[in-house]
Design a binder for this molecule. Sequence first.
Ligand code: PGA
Length: 249
Amino acid sequence: MRKPLMAGNWKMYKTAGETKSFFEKFLPLVAVATHADVVICPPFVNIPAAVEATETSRVEIGAQNLYWKNEGAYTGEVSGPMIFAAGARWVIIGHSERRQYFQETDATVFQRTQAALACGLNPIVCVGETLAEREAGATEQVLKTQFEVGLGSLAPEQFAKITIAYEPVWAIGTGKTATPETAAEAHRFLRGLISAKFGHPQAVQTRILYGGSVKPENIKGLMAQPEIDGALVGGASLDADSFSAIVNF
Ligand code: PGA
């Protein structure tokens, strides 16, 4: 059985003080939620505040990106070992906003994923098609390429540590959620790719999260799909009431 994972992607929101206030309110609301793993990914500078605030809870902290070198003259970048040393255990890789605004590619997704695994971080690797790609009937081809180039060359023991997030770009921050059926169809396709590459037992184990306008109002319907193993939540993870409602779906 795959345990659900509910991950919050805070993007470029909240200060350290706001991070602390969030957890003061959020932690009591999810104190009895053992049915799901819970991860929050704040901006880099607020990882220490988030780690400190969640020390005695089951909530784990992640970063939103990493660079693939451990150290060096790469102004403005942050490495996996730095993130791990700050107490985070997860990292989002290849988010569509990184691909869209910061020129990330499937090839750099692969480099980042390898770097994350090498230092003990659990990667949440994002894939998903744009509206134009969906309308052109290219969804499966896009997912296949993202999977094969971004993850397909990992060793099986590396792939075993991966969580995938299916995030259709047209659903992110737009209020347009994929229907549970549309999301599940993409998840089934991805699970088929995992099965073909890494074998059926691995395909059964890999968690595939859905992301894109997940809200307290639609989480139940999404989680009713056996193919959907949790959510990567942007906007609705910024508020303790709404993210706890999602965790406690
Ligand atoms: P959203 O973002 O929930 O605000 O649509 C999801 C994401 O970008 O991971």
